[in-house]
Design a protein around this ligand. Sequence first.
Ligand SMILES: Nc1ncnc2c1ncn2[C@@H]1O[C@H](COP(=O)(O)OP(=O)(O)OP(=O)(O)O)[C@@H](O)[C@H]1O
Ligand SMILES: [Mg+2]
Length: 292
Amino acid sequence: MSYHALESLGTPEILRVDKVSVTLSGRQILDDVSLAIQAGEFTGLIGPNGAGKTTLLRVILGLQRPTAGQVAILGQPRARRTQAIGYVPQKVLLDPDMPMRARDLVALGLDGHRYGIRLPANGRAAAVREMLHAVDADRFSDARVGDLSGGEQQRVLIAHALISRPRLLLLDEPLANLDLRSGQEVVALLARIAREQQIAVLLSAHEMNPLLPVMDRIVYLAGGRAASGATGEVVTTEVLTRLYGHRVDVLHVHGRVLVVAGPGPDGELPVPAEFGRHPAGGASGGNPLEAG
Ligand SMILES: Nc1ncnc2c1ncn2[C@@H]1O[C@H](COP(=O)(O)OP(=O)(O)OP(=O)(O)O)[C@@H](O)[C@H]1O
Ligand SMILES: [Mg+2]
């Protein structure tokens, strides 16, 4: 058996997106996007507003049919519904007046369990407690979800998505409403869960800096095209400058990596120019990096 075969036995491929294209209302949103994620890997899906991050996650979930290409989960063409995927959507509106405790919301994630077996009540309560503990949310397990802060709600939503023991966890901009510190905590928590439970995590964000300490792979999406690779290969001054279309510096400060964009030609901050696609649909230039 070859080394690669052995290696792939050790870290199974959880997700493969193969040459996916999506056209919505006559406009091409995703164009020939490919990527693969293995168990235990933390992948950042990075791109500006409207880049197609949510659309790509919806394709992976089976909520959006691609115009071309395929998605495979655990080596199988994806079924219409699968319990192998946990999802924390971009917009979750939690009514502050809803009389639901954090642990009730997490327990809802158990319904529709992949084996169709309902756990007995004490088993459910134990599973919920364990999951709230895993996301460091024990202390607000009895609080009403509407009373929790954004960062606390985010933890509860992650526990809700994890309790059915998915192999792949998709999170759509979970850091958008968090302050720097809560964001760092959530990122560290997800990285730990990915490694401990060998879950593949795919997390979308506008900015890569908060993810740099933990991100194994990066998928950079703009103008419908994706560039992906190991973080160390993509996050270099040369590659990012090419991707964004103007100067981007990758700095190593106090043992950490920091991405700093210089101003664009008109003094504005980064719009990845050569990926730019006008709202009317005219595509500009090709992908400066090979996809895949
Ligand atoms: N049903 C639809 N019909 C036409 N266009 C759509 C539809 N849904 C989304 N779009 C467009 O597809 C593009 C990509 O949207 P998407 O929500 O995937 O971007 P995103 O990267 O998640 O952006 P954000 O960072 O703002 O969340 C947007 O320009 C959006 O307007
Ligand atoms: Mg989105």
